[in-house]
Design a protein around this ligand. Structure first.
Ligand code: G6P
Ligand code: MN
Length: 443
């Protein structure tokens, strides 16, 4: 049977990732045929530059694909099958504050972890829920594939506020790390093995990795990671930059803390918080690096393409780990039954963990549905860490819904990155001031 051509909306069209995602969609039309690609953003000027460059890329790759861009929600969300959501509320300027304010108080400043992640969460919930509502109004059968950060808090907000919506929250970090495992093992790709993994978003562990014959690959991986971490095999791209390589190296220490497993690198911010703060430059954080490089380079490249009228020699490319988005869409549209690590309600998958926690676990994805795999019981070390983190995330979402200062303060205190109620309060008060254009009023 001929596959139905899909209509895609990229929400957050002005993002530095958009051109790569458009290229990736155009390169995968055999498996995932495309009728149209639309971009949507509320920041007209930022989107327009990216969109005009993408228009040229689409025309040169595949002129049969319809391309358009808009800031109008009705136009954007009408007649789409998939919404790929990658919004960044407050842009890199606000990310800079998410990182710098905690550092000023001696606490980890990070885009998705600790007080910075919570602050970003409170900015993102409203606009994301608004997009879900637009999707349900104008294209009720569409799916939203959300990889907007902070994914853990956003996912919990979806569970609380729109539990029946067709939204799947997913993160690229596990994919990227599994590509590193494949390289350590001398394999071509992560598709050559099957994994067991559990945790929360940016907070999880691999417990089993086996090839398709069932052979255990963990001993070889552990042997390597306990000496060298993940650094050496990090693929080209953003994670190859020096600040990310520090994180990849930290996998070694994280692995030694729980040698039966392989860690998600983001555990560094919780379990190596002191070192992270010691090594940070509080005046020049990751957001500064991105504004000076990725964002600047993207803007220049878009302008260059527009001026030249061609993208034939562009460096924009489909990134290897962005491909999972198409694979996920493909699974939902064409029933491939592929396995993905998704952020979903636990509902008993981890037996000794609350049903209403949003956990990151393997799921089999088929036509219009996903089935979480059963994990069994988890050890006390991971369970304790996850319970604390889930509580922090839930309190953040409750604080948003109720406009509660108290709950947001508790969310900060509960986070393992924050040492005390006093420090939590100092950071929170600075955060309230910095986010006054974005957060609900807290009482
Ligand atoms: C990983 C994470 C994403 C995160 C990104 C940050 O890929 O999974 O959730 O947004 O890293 O990378 P950046 O280059 O923006 O620091
Ligand atoms: Mn992520």
């Amino acid at each position: 049977m001929e596959k139905k051509k899909q209509r895609i909306l990229i929400a957050g069209g002005g993002s530095t990732y958009t051109a790569g995602i458009v290229t990736m969609l155009l390169e995968n039309t055999d498996e995932f045929p495309i009728e149209s690609i639309k971009l949507y953003d509320n920041f007209e000027e930022r989107q327009e530059r990216v969109a005009k460059a993408c228009e040229i890329i689409v025309r040169e790759h595949n002129p049969n694909v319809k391309f358009s861009y808009t800031t109008d929600p009705e136009e954007a969300f009408t007649d789409v099958d998939f919404v790929m959501a990658q919004i960044r509320v407050g842009l890199f300027k606000m990310r800079e504050l998410d990182e710098k304010i905690p550092f000023r108080h001696g606490v980890v400043g990070q885009e998705t972890c600790g007080p910075g992640g919570i602050a970003y969460g409170l900015r993102t919930i409203g606009p994301l829920i608004e997009m879900i509502d637009y999707m349900e109004k104008y294209s009720p059968n569409a799916w939203m594939l959300n990889y907007s950060n902070p994914a853990a808090i956003v996912a919990e907000a979806c569970r609380r506020l729109r539990p029946d919506s067709r939204v799947i929250n997913i993160c690229d970090m596990p994919i990227c790390l599994e590509e590193i495992f494949a390289r350590i093992l001398g394999m071509k790709s992560r598709k050559e093995f099957d994994v067991r993994y559990y945790g929360l978003n940016h907070f999880g562990w691999w417990t089993q990795i086996r090839d398709h014959e069932g052979n255990d690959l963990m001993p070889k991986l552990k042997e390597y990671v306990k000496e060298k971490g993940y650094e050496e095999f990090t693929p080209q791209g953003q994670h190859k930059e020096s600040s990310w390589l520090d994180t990849m190296r930290a996998a070694k220490e994280l692995h030694l803390m729980e040698p039966e497993t392989l860690p998600n690198t983001y555990l560094k911010y919780y379990l190596m918080a002191d070192e992270t703060v010691e090594h940070a430059d509080p005046n020049y954080t990751r957001a500064n690096e991105i504004m000076d490089r990725r964002e600047k380079d993207t803007i220049e490249e878009c302008e260059r393409i527009i001026a030249a009228g061609t993208a034939k020699d562009t460096w924009f490319a489909s990134s290897e780990h962005a491909q999972f988005i198409v694979e996920l869409a493909c699974a939902l549209a064409f029933n491939t039954k592929e396995r993905f690590l998704l952020i979903v309600p636990n509902n008993g998958a981890i037996e000794n963990f609350p049903d209403d926690a949003m956990v990151e676990i393997p799921c089999i994805v088929g036509k219009d549905q996903y089935e979480p795999m059963s994990i069994g019981t988890i050890p006390t070390f991971q369970k304790g860490l996850m319970e604390q983190q889930v509580a922090s995330e839930k309190l953040a979402v409750e604080a948003y819904i109720e406009g509660s200062y108290q709950k947001l303060w508790q969310s900060f205190i509960m986070n393992k990155t924050v040492p005390s109620g006093k420090v939590a309060k100092e950071i929170l008060d600075d955060m309230i001031e910095a986010n006054k254009d974005y957060w609900p009023e807290l009482k």
